[in-house]
Design a protein around this ligand. Structure first.
Ligand SMILES: [Zn+2]
Length: 483
């Protein structure tokens, strides 16, 4: 890109809240049920039905707002956003407009080694729409069907300021935001399943200019990689257009991940006028400050704080601490093992290399189903540490632990992988050798240090070479006087 151009990016993130019921009715939000089995007159938009606000959704919104340093508006209100689409039976969506739940926050990110604070413009709540299922490809479908199970599921929309300056920063922002909602347990953060969705606004301007260029909105990016690639593509496309004097059209574009291009979806000429007005069926929401403070007091340790603590308490590198704290489940796994093992850096290596290689992911689900509990990992590391098994054998043992769910000790004993036999057997072997070679012991006592090597060799022989030389040395040293 022309170095005199700077990109200006803002992200709108929709997070599906982990409430048991929908935003304005008591229907279940569980994923994967048969179509239209989780609906009622309210979420089907029947005339005469009345919405009721889900208190838990408000609590989750406030929680997130506080974690992002936002001001929670004590008085806020729901509004109707009008448009017609077959996945939305009321022909309006209940959202928030002029009086959102919270505003003016910030999210600290790090990209390319530089720390930056990204402003959060607003955080508001709304309801999701239904899902259209087309028979066959969209272009050739003979019919489309609607599943309203998702209609009315609570969504939290978080809008950033246009403070992001590169696709890397956008990805870092999204990653940091995702970690926060997962830590708060308000959203599962699954981008592939659509519980975290991201739209971007992007424009270019001459570096240092105060005015913004014409912005383009990009939709349909369902992974970190897509967000990054779509923005990179769009930055190049706009830069080329500006350099050749072409006019940038204000429009919405869709990311096509198969072709790696953005394609126009609708231009400004078709932009909606949503005719927002306050939702007459819901009273303005009066958030008591006592409730806000109660929620603030209950906030968990957030990813950034945990990362700093891991670096200080366990002397981990920023890189390791960052990887370990992306998911609270992974961070908790690490801590559970690290508290029982005195070399945290080694624990981090095992978790980040061996464990993550086997696990299908690093999220709650993957960790919850992990067949190697932290105590078993500690058991394995202890066997290496005390010389029972070598580091090389330990990696094989770990794979077997993962497949069988057994402890390292059980596998090592059964398969005879141990370097040292049972400590008692080893002690007996040492005692036997010492009594059989009283003369050599005398030599040793009189200063012949080489005699020790002979004794070690005899113990090794007596144990068919399975004794760990370090352990034998240690046991001999216990029995022999210091010379
Ligand atoms: Zn319902």
């Amino acid at each position: 890109m022309d170095n005199n151009l700077e990109s200006v990016i803002g992200l709108e993130v929709h997070a599906q809240l982990l409430t048991a019921t929908k935003m304005f009715c008591g229907c279940s939000t569980a994923f994967g049920a048969a179509p239209n089995t989780q609906t009622c007159p309210v979420c089907q938009g029947m005339p005469g039905s009345l919405p009721v606000i889900n208190g838990r959704a408000i609590e989750f919104g406030i929680k997130t707002a506080l974690a992002l340093g936002c001001t929670v508006n004590p008085l806020n209100r729901f509004a109707r956003k009008h448009y017609y689409y077959p996945d939305m039976p009321k022909n309006y969506q209940i959202s928030q407009y002029e009086e959102p739940l919270a505003e003016h926050g910030r999210l600290d990110i790090e990209a390319g080694g530089a720390a930056r604070a990204i402003g959060i413009q607003r955080l508001h709540l709304e309801e999701d729409v239904g899902k259209l299922l087309h028979e066959g490809a969209l272009e050739t479908a003979q019919s489309s069907q609607v599943d309203f199970n998702r209609a009315g599921v609570p969504l939290m929309e978080i809008v950033s300021q246009p403070d992001l300056r590169s696709s890397d920063e956008a990805a870092a922002y999204l990653k940091a935001l995702r970690a926060i909602v997962i830590y708060l347990r308000v959203c599962d953060g699954n981008m592939e399943e659509g519980s975290l969705r991201c739209d971007a606004n992007i424009s270019l301007r001459p570096r240092g200019a105060a005015e913004y260029g014409t912005k383009v909105e990009i939709k349909n990016m369902n992974s970190f990689r897509n967000v990054q690639h779509a923005l990179e593509y769009e930055i190049k496309r706009q830069a080329r257009a500006l350099e050749t004097g072409e006019r940038i059209v204000q429009e919405t574009r869709l990311w096509d991940p198969d072709k790696s291009v953005t394609v126009p979806m609708r231009s400004k000429e078709f932009a909606h006028d949503y005719r927002y007005f306050p939702e007459p069926d819901l009273p303005p929401l009066n958030v008591q400050s006592a409730w806000t403070e109660e929620i603030r007091a209950g906030l968990p340790e957030l990813p950034a704080a945990r990362r700093r603590r891991f670096m200080e308490a366990y002397a981990l590198s920023a890189y390791d601490a960052d990887l370990l704290t992306q998911s609270p489940a992974l961070a908790e796994y690490f801590e559970a093992a690290a508290k029982d093992f005195y070399r945290p850096k080694r624990v981090a290596n095992w978790v980040l290399n061996e464990l993550l290689r086997e696990l299908p992911g690093d999220d709650e689900k993957a960790i919850a189903a992990c067949p190697v509990p932290p105590a078993h990992l500690v058991g394995l590391m202890t066997l290496i540490e005390d010389g029972t098994i070598s580091g090389k054998i330990a990696k094989d043992v770990f794979e077997k632990m993962y497949r069988s769910g057994e402890s390292a000790q059980a596998i090592v004993s059964r398969e005879g992988l141990t370097q040292v036999l049972d400590e008692d057997i080893l002690r007996k072997a040492v005692a036997q050798v010492l009594s059989e070679h009283a003369k050599v012991v005398e030599d040793y006592k009189s200063g012949k240090k080489a005699a020790l090597g002979f004794l070690v060799g005899q113990v090794m022989k007596a144990t068919q070479g399975k004794a760990n030389p370090a352990a034998v040395n240690r046991l001999l040293a216990e029995k022999l006087p210091q010379v």
